[in-house]
Design a protein around this ligand. Structure first.
Ligand code: TRP
Length: 453
C-alpha cells in the first residue's frame, strides 16, 4: 500500500468496507431500529428514516471519511489539524463514545444471556406473550446476572483491543457478516409465514402519517446517526486507516446500503412476529428480545437456531463496541502518548462504571431519574437525539466550509474518477441540506431536554 504514514493501513477496499460495516452494523440495526419502528407507527417512520439516511447520514459519512483519510489521525488529532479549536469535535466524540458504551454494553450483555438460555432450552416451553415478556423484565431488573454478563462483554471487548487482534477480527468478519445476513433472511421468511403476519406487514409498508409527531422525526433522525455511526468521529478514526487509494464515495455508499438493508430486514423479522405472537409493537427496548424466541419456537431445532442467532448478534455488537472503544483508545495513545495496554485499561475501567449504573437503572436504581429519565434511557436519548446530531452538524460545517469545497472535491472525486455532478451534489447536501435539516429539528425542540422526551 502506498502510504507514507507509519500507522496501520487497511489492506484493501474490501477490508475497509467490511471493517466499517462491523462498526456500523450492530445492535442499532437489529435491536434499536425495530423497536423504534414499532413505537413510531411503522411505515411512516421508515420513510422518514430513509430520507434522513440520504439527506443527512450519507453526506456526513462522506465528510467523516474525507477528514479521517486525509489526516490519518485519531478523531481529536484529525479535527485539530487546521485549528486547535475544532479539536473540540474530537473531544465531543470521545465523550459520546463513553456514553454510548454505557448503555450499549448492557444490551450486549443481554445477548449473552439470551445465547446461554437458548442453548439451555429455557424458551422452548413458552407459549404466551406474557411468558416472553416476564422472562425479559425479570432478567433485566435483576442485579447480578445482567451485571455479570455486561462485565463479561466488556472484558471480551477489552481483550480483543488490548491484544490488537484486529487481523483476527478482519478475518472473522468476512465470514460472520455474511452468515448474519443469511440467517436474517431465513428469519424474515419464517416471520412472514407466521399466522396473522399480514397485520405486521401492513404496519411496515402502508404509511399512516397522521401518527407522525416531531418526536417521531427526531427519533428517526437520531437513529440514522446511531445506526450509521456518524456524528462523533468513529468513522473518521476508521477512515484514518484507509489507504489513499480507497474510494471513499463507493465505500460510503456500500456501507450505507448494507446498514440500511440489515435494519429493514430486522424489522421485517420483528414486526410480523410481534403481531403474530400478540406482543405490543410499542414495547420499547425489550421488543426484539421478547419477540425473537417466539419466532424460533415455530422453527425446527429452536435451541440451535436461537443460539446461533444470538451468537451472531453478539458478534455484531462486539465489532461495534470495538469501534467505540477504539475512538477513545486511539486518542489516548496518539495524543496522550499512553501505551496501548494502559489506554485500553483506562477506557474499560471507566466503561465498567458507566455500564454498571445503566444496568442497575433498570432495576434497583429505577427510581433515580435525571431529566425524567432512568440512566439507561438518558445515555441512549442523550447520544442519539442530541450529541450525535450536534456533532454531525459541526462535522458538516468543518468539512464543507472550513476545509472547503476544493478539499472535499479532491477527496470525493478520487483523482477524478467520479463525475463532477455527483460530487457537486454530495457537497451541496453537505454544505446546506444536512446541517440545515438537523438545525431545524433542534429549533423544533427549543428547550433542549424537553425536545427529546
Ligand atoms: N452503529 C452501531 C450500531 O448500530 C453502534 C455504534 C458503533 C455507534 N460506533 C458508533 C453509534 C459510533 C454512534 C457512533 O449498533
Amino acid at each position: 500500500m502506498s502510504n507514507n504514514s507509519p500507522r496501520a493501513v487497511f489492506g484493501s477496499s474490501l477490508t475497509a468496507m467490511l471493517v466499517t460495516a462491523g462498526c456500523s452494523v450492530g445492535l442499532g440495526n437489529i435491536w434499536r431500529f425495530p423497536y423504534l419502528v414499532g413505537e413510531g407507527g411503522g411505515a411512516a417512520f421508515i420513510i422518514i428514516y430513509l430520507l434522513a439516511v440520504i439527506f443527512i447520514g450519507h453526506p456526513i459519512m462522506l465528510a467523516e471519511f474525507a477528514v479521517g483519510r486525509s489526516t490519518h489521525k485519531n478523531a481529536v488529532g484529525a479535527y485539530s489539524v487546521k485549528d486547535k479549536r475544532w479539536g473540540l469535535l474530537g473531544y465531543n466524540g470521545v465523550f459520546i463514545a463513553f456514553v454510548i458504551m454505557g448503555f450499549y454494553f448492557v444490551v450486549a450483555g443481554w445477548t449473552i444471556e439470551y445465547m446461554v438460555n437458548s442453548a439451555d432450552g429455557a424458551f422452548t416451553g413458552f407459549t404466551s406473550a406474557d411468558e416472553y415478556t416476564g422472562f425479559f423484565s425479570n432478567y433485566v431488573s435483576g442485579v447480578w446476572t445482567p451485571l455479570i454478563y455486561t462485565w463479561i462483554f466488556i472484558l471480551i471487548s477489552h481483550s480483543v483491543i488490548a491484544l490488537g487482534v484486529q487481523k483476527g477480527i478482519e478475518r472473522a468478519t468476512k465470514v460472520l457478516m455474511p452468515a448474519l445476513f443469511i440467517i436474517l433472511i431465513v428469519l424474515a421468511i419464517t416471520s412472514i409465514r407466521m399466522p396473522n403476519s399480514e397485520v405486521g406487514l401492513k404496519y411496515l409498508f402502508v404509511p399512516d402519517f397522521s401518527k407522525v409527531t416531531s418526536r417521531t422525526i427526531i427519533n428517526a433522525v437520531g437513529q440514522v446517526f446511531f445506526s450509521l455511526s456518524v456524528g462523533m468521529g468513529c468513522l473518521t478514526t476508521y477512515a484514518s486507516y484507509f489507504s489513499d487509494k480507497t474510494d471513499i464515495r463507493k465505500t460510503a455508499t456500500q456501507l450505507t446500503i448494507v446498514d440500511t438493508i440489515v435494519a429493514l430486514l430486522a424489522s421485517v423479522i420483528i414486526l410480523p412476529a410481534v403481531f403474530s405472537v400478540g406482543i405490543e409493537p410499542t414495547s420499547g427496548p425489550s421488543l426484539v428480545f421478547i419477540t425473537l424466541p417466539g419466532i424460533f419456537n415455530t422453527l425446527p431445532f429452536p435451541e440451535l437456531v436461537s443460539t446461533i442467532f444470538f451468537m451472531l448478534l453478539f458478534i455484531a455488537a462486539l465489532t461495534s463496541t470495538i469501534s467505540l472503544h477504539e475512538v477513545v483508545t486511539a486518542y489516548l495513545i496518539e495524543e496522550r502518548k499512553m501505551t496501548r495496554v494502559k489506554a485500553v485499561s483506562m477506557v474499560s475501567a471507566a466503561t465498567v462504571v458507566m455500564a454498571t449504573l445503566a444496568s442497575l437503572s433498570l432495576g434497583v436504581l429505577s427510581e433515580f431519574k435525571i431529566f425524567g429519565y432512568v440512566i439507561f434511557d438518558l445515555f441512549d436519548a442523550l447520544t442519539s437525539n442530541l450529541l450525535l446530531p450536534m456533532g454531525g452538524v459541526m462535522i458538516c460545517v468543518y468539512a464543507s466550509w472550513i476545509l472547503g469545497d476544493r478539499f472535499m472535491h479532491a477527496q470525493l472525486s478520487n483523482e477524478s474518477r467520479h463525475s463532477d455532478t455527483i460530487v457537486a451534489i454530495n457537497i451541496f447536501l453537505l454544505r446546506y441540506v444536512s446541517p440545515v435539516a438537523v438545525f431545524i429539528l433542534f429549533l423544533d425542540g427549543i428547550g433542549v431536554f424537553k425536545m427529546f422526551r
